[in-house]
Design a protein around this ligand. Sequence first.
Ligand code: ATP
Ligand code: MG
Length: 234
Amino acid sequence: MLELTNLDASYGFLQVLWDVSLHVDDGEFVGLIGPNGAGKSTTLKTIAGLLTPKGGKVLFKGKSMNAVPAHRTTQMGISYISEDLNLFVDMSVRENLLMGAYTVKDPERQLETLDFVFELFPRLEERKGQRAGTMSGGERKMLAIARGMMSNPELLLVDEPSLGLAPHLVTDVFNSLKRLQEAGVTLMLVEQRVNATLEITDRAYVLEQGKIVMEGPSSELIENKHIKDAYLGI
Ligand SMILES: Nc1ncnc2c1ncn2[C@@H]1O[C@H](COP(=O)(O)OP(=O)(O)OP(=O)(O)O)[C@@H](O)[C@H]1O
Ligand SMILES: [Mg+2]
């Protein structure tokens, strides 16, 4: 579904991604882990069309995405949930969700998607009239993920959903992502919670200083010595 080949990316003269190659197959749940500043968010931003690659290729369903801007990547089936959520705090939960469906022209289809999203996130249905700004941290993360689903994406890119959440809420959010995979969505997850990420994903890549240094099935990486030493603290 997604293939990055020898991707280079930079902000002005500062290059932050070097020769990054990775792929995500249909229906897969893939993790991207690595320390602060490694370039994880930059990788997602480049896929989502928020940043134009300096070199290499981004292919989505066989089409080059190198020059495709962010609003078009959404229409083409990619949804990106950034670290800073970008919710409309003065709007209700339901209004926020419907804003996520702006690429879906048919109002009936929008409501069908809303029903589907409410089935996945019953808490949001209970709170559909509540102002987004008054939801708890975990509820807001769920709302952002649910809103990302409203454009009916085939590929969902999620950046650090666990940031700032208490452990039991992290479990909730990770469980919701797993349910999305079961519903047929392909996912790529960027996370600092390495252990939890390797437990739910099928495969993962390790990014350090802008380069992929390791990749493999998550069940193997979790046993790897470098991963244990550098990320798991055991
Ligand atoms: N808009 C920007 N302008 C200039 N430099 C940037 C910009 N955004 C990110 N960078 C730099 O690019 C590098 C990679 O940043 P990125 O946000 O991709 O890292 P990350 O792996 O997501 O880190 P974290 O785990 O802290 O979120 C960092 O050195 C960062 O300072
Ligand atoms: Mg980041």
